[in-house]
Write a protein that binds this ligand. Structure first.
Ligand code: ADE
Length: 247
């Protein structure tokens, strides 16, 4: 997969050289290209923002540098088109489902903004020719979209074939479509069997795979009820068995 990121802080993405994503890049699974937006601002101050039409606080990112920068990225491959992802708190929620959708794309282009966001005509211009998604990583406001891009690249990158040591880990994830859809993962344990007087639940030491699976599902349901009651309410009743209903 190819990922392009246009930002006024390309150095913000140094963490993409570390750990799982860094290894995926070394192995050629992920090809990341960083671009400095100011390279397409032509005044002496390399200005990328201006005051908002209609008044109000803050600054808005000018359309011209974004247009030139995006055109330059698009020109890198005449035969392919990226899906453009614009991080914004006003976007659709970023979910595991969307991460899986992005993981199936050959090319993603992220356009993280600072200030009050990008002049909307940029999204209109490219939205008429390409898929442009305005995406939020949660109901809070960051100082800019860069941290949101780090979050999304990590969530997408770990789903690419060959990135996770054990492909099963992605299947068991909280929120993964299938068995765990809308369920949070329950608690996990490793050795030793007793630590500071706390014991590992006996069932996990029993070797009884059927009972362990049942216990894990019960714990997932309990944790979901406790931490995310709205997810439990949204569970498809058809996916619940008799034991689930009794819980
Ligand atoms: N930029 C600022 N806040 C954001 C958020 N919550 N999600 C995505 N981009 C953002």
């Amino acid at each position: 997969m190819r990922i392009d990121i246009i930002s006024i802080f390309p150095e913000y993405f140094a963490p993409l050289g570390v750990s799982l994503i860094g290894k995926a890049r070394e192995r050629g699974i992920l090809d990341v290209h960083l671009h400095q937006l100011r390279d397409w601002a032509h005044d002496v101050h390399r200005t990328v923002d201006d005051t908002p039409y209609g008044g109000g606080p803050g600054m808005v990112m000018k359309p011209e540098p974004w247009g030139e920068a995006i055109d330059a990225v698009l020109a890198a491959d005449q035969d392919a088109r990226p899906r453009i992802i614009v991080p914004t708190p006003s976007g659709v929620p970023f979910t595991q489902r969307l991460a899986m959708e992005y993981a199936a794309e050959p090319w993603l282009l992220f356009t993280p903004a600072r200030y009050e966001g990008i002049d909307s005509r940029v999204m209109a211009e490219y939205g008429s020719r390409l898929r442009v998604d305005e995406v939020s990583i949660g109901d809070y406001v960051l100082a800019g979209g860069e941290a949101a891009v780090l979050v999304m690249v990590e969530a997408v990158g770990r789903l690419l074939p060959g990135v996770l040591g054990n492909a099963r880990s992605a299947v068991d994830d909280s929120f993964a479509p299938g068995e765990m859809e809308n369920l949070l993962e329950g608690p996990v344990y490793t050795k030793p069997p007793e630590w500071r007087g706390h014991e590992v639940p006996e069932i996990l030491l029993s070797g009884h795979h059927g009972k362990i699976a049942r216990w894990r599902r019960d714990e997932a349901l309990r944790r979901t009820a406790r931490n995310r009651a709205e997810l439990l309410a949204a569970l498809d009743p058809a996916t619940l068995d008799k034991h689930d209903r009794r819980l």
